[in-house]
Design a binder for this molecule. Structure first.
Ligand code: AHG
Ligand code: MN
Ligand code: MN
Length: 338
């Protein structure tokens, strides 16, 4: 027995340990996750100071070091882009904050096998009021040959091709959760050592939950099928698995994270004004659909599986219904009535 009885694995230790089962693995994915973890820690520091912005200076002003103070989502975008560009595992990135994808045009990056898409700061409208926000990321193996520069084809892959996906929630504690096909694992940032430590091994989404999450303010903008399902949620009693409870933070990362752990359903349906809803397919819906499916849940756009959608544009939107399998099946039954 080892003398050091270490029970807690850090993110690095965990990803490296995973490699032991794959003797031919190159460790590039571990490297990529380490890079993402590093950017997350830097963003976390700034998110934690967000409330001080009022006394330290606002966006578009100059901070004490004489640097421009950036909006937090721009800051987060720059951190993730920078760390991935300087790492050795990523051939290019796409981000909510950038109109076009960026292919890294240097010898090392051109020989890297992954591309990464992300929403650097999700729920950014909540920053000013000290409510949880997050980062979402999605990782694909590129389809273009190694040694060449990444192209749009590498980014416009269906979600079913994701190699890994994850998110960071900057909440009452900061957590990084990521999924590969082998499972979903959650790591909590231990601020005393500055490391993400495995706290939620092998996360499974309960088959049923009692939480439904939707923006009720849009109720009369939703289709009849969605309205019928929301009605059914409200009418649940203790005799049929209820009563349900409604929870909606307005940060998808925090809302879906809670439902993943506790069981529940999250919906961002299309409305009459915006039939495709608000959420982006490539760096919001796909990564969460991947994570939740690996954990045993489901995700659809109301008609088809999110992960089967063939993307046509980097920033395309999609309605999203995601969560516990039993609740998703019930939703389908309501939607099928119209
Ligand atoms: P972002 O801050 O990246 O633009 O995303 C915000 C999203 C998502 O996090 C959340 O679920 C949704 O917007 C909330 O929208 P509504 O206020 O329309 O409900
Ligand atoms: Mn977002
Ligand atoms: Mn965002």
């Amino acid at each position: 027995m080892s003398i050091v009885n270490r029970k807690v694995l850090t993110l690095d230790e965990f990803t490296i340990q995973q490699l032991r089962d794959f003797p031919h693995a190159t460790g590039e994915l571990s490297g990529l996750l380490r890079d993402i973890g590093l950017a997350a820690k830097r963003v976390n520091v700034e998110v934690n100071k967000a409330g001080l912005v009022d006394i330290l200076g606002d966006a578009n002003t100059v901070n004490v070091q004489g640097e421009d103070v950036k909006k937090l989502d721009v800051f987060a975008n720059n951190q993730f882009t920078g760390v991935l560009q300087h790492g050795i595992s990523c051939a290019g990135i796409a981000s909510e904050e950038l109109d076009e994808f960026v292919a890294f045009d240097d010898a090392v990056s051109k020989n890297s096998k992954y591309v990464c898409l992300f929403d650097p700061l999700d729920g950014s409208g909540n920053i000013d009021v000290n409510v949880s926000i997050g980062t979402i990321f999605s990782i694909y193996r590129r389809v273009t040959p190694l040694g060449t520069i990444a192209t749009e084809e590498d980014f416009l892959q269906p979600g079913s091709k994701q190699v890994a996906a994850g998110y960071i929630v900057y909440g009452s504690s900061t957590m990084l959760v990521y999924a590969t096909r082998r499972g979903v694992n959650g790591f909590t940032l231990d601020p005393s050592i500055g490391e993400f430590c495995l706290s939620h091994p092998d996360i499974k989404c309960p088959e049923w939950g009692k939480i439904y999450s939707v923006n009720h303010g849009n109720f009369f903008q939703y289709s009849k099928g969605v309205q019928l399902y929301i009605d059914a949620c409200q009418k649940r009693t203790k005799d049929n698995g209820g009563p349900y409870t409604q929870r909606y933070i307005g940060s998808m990362v925090a809302d879906v994270h809670r439902n993943l752990i506790k069981g529940g359903i999250f919906m961002y349906p299309g409305t009459f004004d915006k039939p495709k809803g608000k959420l982006r397919l490539l760096y919001e819906s796909n990564p969460f659909a991947f994570i939740v499916e690996v954990a045993g849940g489901r995700a659809t756009n109301g008609k088809e599986r999110i992960l089967d959608i063939i993307p046509t544009e980097l920033h395309q939107r999609t309605p999203l219904f995601i969560g516990s399998k039993g609740m998703m099946d019930e939703l389908d039954a309501s939607l099928a009535q119209y």
